[in-house]
Each structure stands twice: as C-alpha cells, then as structure tokens.
Design a protein around this ligand. Structure first.
Ligand code: PEP
Ligand code: MN
Length: 263
C-alpha cells in the first residue's frame, strides 16, 4: 500500500489548510514540549507570522530519562486546540500510548508517532484506526524498508494519510545528535508515493546546523520541514540546544522561501 509500484501518483495529505506533498513546502514548528499556555501561544503567533502552517508541540514526551519532564498530557492537548482556534494553524502532537491517542483525537489535526515508537505495531494500528493524518518519524536505527513497513501498518487500517519524517539515524558519528540521512528523501520518493518531510532539529541537535540542513532538505525534494522553536531556548524543558529563537526562525523562513519556490 505504501509502494509506488501499485500507486504511482504522489499522495497529498491534508492537515488543516496545509497540503503536504503538494507543490508548496509545508513548515511545521513549535516547542519540543508544551510547557504552558503562554509559551505555546507565544510560539504559535510567532511561527504563524514567520509563515509556518502547522504548530507542533509535545504533550506526551518520550524522554530518555524517567526523571526528565514528561509532558503536560491532556492539559497540553487542550492548549494545542486553543492555539489552533486562536491562530487557525493546524496542530500535531506525538502520541505514545492508546490513552494518549484517545485523548489526542479530541484536540489535534494530526498524530505523530515518534522515532522510539516507529515499530510499536499496536500503536501504529491504533493510530491508523483514528483516520487522522499520521506523521511517522523514522526509528533511531530503522532501515527505509522497516520504516515503509511501519507506514504499511497504518495504511492497512484504511488510513492512507501518512507523512514520513526523516529525523536522523544513529551512526558512529558523535558531532551531531543523530546523522541526517538526506538520501532517505530521494530513496523514499523512488519507492513510495507518500510525502516526506525532514526534521533537522532532532537530526542535528544543534541550533546552528538547522539552517544548512533545511536548505539541503529542500534541495533533495522534501515536502516539508519540522523545526523546533522556543520563546527562550535557554530555559526550555526539553531540546533547548536545538531550538531556534523566533527571530532565527523568521530569518530561516525568509531565506528558505525563494529556495523552495525554485524547486
Ligand atoms: C519530537 O518530535 O519532539 C521527538 C521526540 O522526536 P523523535 O521522535 O524524532 O526523537
Ligand atoms: Mn524534541
């Protein structure tokens, strides 16, 4: 079902007013974690002004340490919905359990399956059953075939609205948090009709690399970008070092716009 051989036309996934896989580059942005109503609203307004179409924010955070901030859960989802109502942006949130899916369907436009759950087949099936668009991140050490098989689980539930997200893979290199597999974009385009976006924030873990990696993603034909932003990255409860400030994000969008128009 994810294979291009049996479905040659590219799939376009509609999320709010954004069409992912259409001719325009779709930018989703927002904080790693929803921390408060104020933080989310400030971010929503700033990313909208810069030209993003989708607000991202984590309410259920799959943290490496059990002692790190785990997310506001349903309260965070409520803030996402309010931010959507106030700004008109579509909203996407990661789900990490069936309970999270059951809550999220009431508040968001798109569900995110994170890298750590890419092969949580039970979760993939449950996300598929909701019918909501699903943003499927590549697993930390997943091959492209494993990733497409994960997409297959969602589509097999009768939900064709899957967007893939390359977010870097685990390699021997330690200079960056992960290694952005930029070749995944043309490989996916050759094997599948599904749209693919790139997340240079989690791929690099370093704010300063987000802009050059974003340019590379556009150059290889990515359908969109996911970029983490925060009103004050220095005090972010998660992923501060890779988060852009609002002026940095606005500068990034201004610079990417003409490049995306060329593609
Ligand atoms: C995220 O998007 O905040 C996240 C946790 O990403 P990943 O699953 O790619 O690590
Ligand atoms: Mn993050």
């Amino acid at each position: 079902l994810a294979n291009k051989k049996f479905h040659p036309e590219p799939t376009i996934v509609k999320v709010g007013n954004a069409l992912i896989g259409g001719k325009d580059l779709v930018i989703m942005s927002g904080p790693c974690a929803v921390e408060s109503r104020e933080q989310l609203f400030e971010t929503a307004h700033a990313i909208k002004k810069a030209g993003a179409q989708i607000l991202r924010g984590g309410a259920y955070k799959p943290r490496t340490s059990p002692y790190a901030f785990q997310g506001l859960e349903e309260e965070g989802l409520k803030f996402m919905k309010e931010a959507r109502e106030e700004t008109g942006l579509a909203v996407v949130c990661e789900v990490t359990s069936l309970a999270a899916i059951e809550a999220a369907v009431k508040y968001v436009d798109m569900l995110q399956i994170g890298a750590r759950n890419m092969q949580n087949f039970y979760l993939l099936k449950e996300a598929g059953k909701t019918g909501l668009p699903v943003l499927l991140k590549r697993g930390l050490s997943a091959t492209i075939d494993e990733w497409l098989n994960a997409a297959e689980y969602i589509i097999a539930e009768g939900n064709p609205n899957v967007v893939l997200c390359e977010r870097g893979i685990r390699t021997f290199e330690t200079a960056t948090r992960n290694t952005l597999d930029i070749s995944a974009v043309p490989v996916i385009k050759s094997k599948s009709h599904l749209p693919i976006i790139v997340d240079p924030s989690h791929a690099s873990g370093v704010r300063g690399y987000v802009k050059p990696l974003s340019r590379s993603a556009i150059a290889v034909g990515a359908d969109g970008l996911m970029i983490e932003t925060h009103p004050n990255p220095a005090i972010a409860l998660s992923d501060g070092p890779q988060s852009l400030t609002f002026p940095q994000f606005e500068e990034l969008c201004d610079e990417l716009r003409p490049l995306a128009a060329l593609m």
